[in-house]
Design a protein around this ligand. Structure first.
Ligand code: SF4
Ligand code: MG
Length: 329
């Protein structure tokens, strides 16, 4: 399979008055062409910082990619200039965020907003731009697109607005779409519809998708592969079945046990006790040590190596490493 994106040893730091936050600590990740990769983790795990790094959307001057590379279609995005990045954004890579309202301008019609991106990046006639806007509204399932083009964002429901944002993100036919918690602001039924829409769009356009979410239900619906982040690191990665049916990292297992399922009573839900590690002073060993029921002496002292369980499935946990001496802490 052709890799469209490859992140190697990414480190991202933020300087604050309280010190330096090591938000991303050596992330390795790839995305195959035409697939959906979900980056999963709780808030502060580094998932948004990782995806924002791809688009160079780390707030400056406090945030900085201090190490690593992000190869996209043969070039390292970490090394691109601001001007080059502006040309890539929206055309080669598009991003959509949680709240559709902040992405839409309340004073412009949907038609104007849809065609704005197109006109910025290509010389295109008014008629062609309108045609493309209509095509996009049809693609994302907006009924009566002709009359809808002249309407303003407030005339649409929340779910319809997120569909419009998705249409805007796709109008220049990007190779990569990054969606950061794209359905968190929507109610559950609409969430499911939007996730279906992502799948349909991928089938029709072949776009590769990175989906950032804390919601494993969303992941189960659309992801081909999953990367689980914890404490600024990817602690387990695999295809959907590896992660849902054969999870190996105690954190992944805990995460799955804390998800409500239709076939389970609510009282069997197991929240994970404890708090995530302090990224001002990240632990030198496994970041999950303080919360892990299986923690051994080695876990606190040495970060686990990556164990390759199969071609698709990797985990960073001493339980999978024969070299670990099994002394409990
Ligand atoms: Fe638990 Fe140790 Fe594995 Fe970390 S490395 S998840 S502390 S067993
Ligand atoms: Mg986030």
């Amino acid at each position: 399979m052709e890799k469209i994106l490859e992140i190697k040893d990414l480190h991202v730091h933020f300087s604050t008055y309280g010190g330096t936050v090591q938000a991303v600590r050596g992330v390795n990740l790839y995305l195959n062409k035409g697939e959906t990769l979900a980056i999963v983790g709780e808030s502060g795990s580094g998932k948004s910082v990782t995806s924002n790094s791809i688009m160079q959307l780390i707030p400056t001057p406090s945030g900085k990619i201090v190490q690593g590379s992000i190869h996209f279609k043969g070039r390292d995005l970490v090394q691109t200039t601001k001007k080059e990045m502006r040309a890539i954004r929206g055309v080669d890579i598009s991003m959509i965020f949680q709240d559709p309202m902040t992405a839409l301008n309340p004073t412009l019609t949907i038609g104007d907003q849809l065609t704005e991106g197109l006109k910025q990046h290509a010389s295109i006639s008014k008629a062609k731009a309108k045609e493309k806007a209509l095509e996009m509204l049809r693609l994302v399932g907006i009924p009566n697109p002709d009359s809808r083009l002249k309407q303003y964002p407030h005339q649409f429901s929340g779910g319809m607005r997120q569909r419009i944002v998705i249409a805007m993100a796709l109008i220049c036919e990007p190779d990569l779409l990054i969606a950061d918690e794209p359905t968190t602001a929507l109610d559950v039924t609409i969430q499911a519809q939007i996730m279906e829409l992502f799948k349909e769009i991928q089938e029709k356009t072949g776009v590769s998708i990175i989906l950032v979410t804390h919601d494993l239900g969303v992941v189960a619906r659309v992801a081909d592969r999953v990367a689980v982040m914890y404490g600024g690191k990817i602690i387990e990665t695999g295809n959907k079945d590896d992660i849902f049916y054969h999870p190996q990292h105690p954190y992944t297992i805990g995460l799955l046990q804390s998800v409500p399922r239709l076939d389970m009573d609510d009282d069997i839900l197991q929240p994970i006790d404890g708090t995530p590690p302090d990224l001002f002073a990240p632990p030198q060993g496994c970041p999950f040590t303080a919360r892990c029921a299986h923690a051994m002496q080695v876990c606190a002292n040495v970060h686990p190596f990556t164990s390759h369980l199969s071609d698709s499935h990797q985990v960073e946990c001493w339980l999978q490493d024969a070299r670990a001496k099994r002394q409990p802490v």
